[in-house]
Design a protein around this ligand. Sequence first.
Ligand SMILES: [Zn+2]
Length: 221
Amino acid sequence: MLPLALLVITGGHDFERPQFTALFDSFEGMTWREAQHPNANDSYAPEAARSYDVLVLYDLNQQITEEQQAALLAMLRSGKGLVVLHHALADYQAWDDWLQVVGGRFYLAPTRRGAETVPASTWRHGVDIPVRVVDPKHPVTRGLSDFTIHDEVYGGYEVLPRAHPLLTTDHPESSPTLAWTNWYGNSRVVTIQLGHDHFAYENPNYRRLVSQAIRWVARRP
Ligand SMILES: [Zn+2]
């Protein structure tokens, strides 16, 4: 079987590049390449999208044209898998459909949601976060037991009721759900809040989680 081809989108937020590279290099049966903003969103056009099986977002970006939005949604409707990692949970704050795709959102500023105003979400580095595996039979979490990870905690981000929780935490500075599945059209979507730096990238539980998330959204167990 051909290796899974990943496209990893970055840009708009710093990260520890060598250790992040090592994370993706560690995945067996996969090849990956990176597309950086400002031109990364051209990768969703039908011709460009044929060159990869799974889209991984590790960007922090608000700029996207209507044409790129339409191409991205069409690609997902047709079944391309999507994995959203860490700060990419704050992408596209002003794009309503994107919230439905991801199934959650980190709010960079106070935001009107219907009749309410949601406060800005919060973050803190270097926290030991207790992680509970709430669906251990799911292909994304298979083989994982509850663990602790040294990572950045996010608080006050939204997770939609339609999302299916995989990991939770009772850390008081975090929203309760740390990882979830969602769907859009024919695509499978997995969002993982964790993943700030090498403490996460090098954590064997995190490696397993991201790798299994990629396989599951690609429908390649
Ligand atoms: Zn971070």
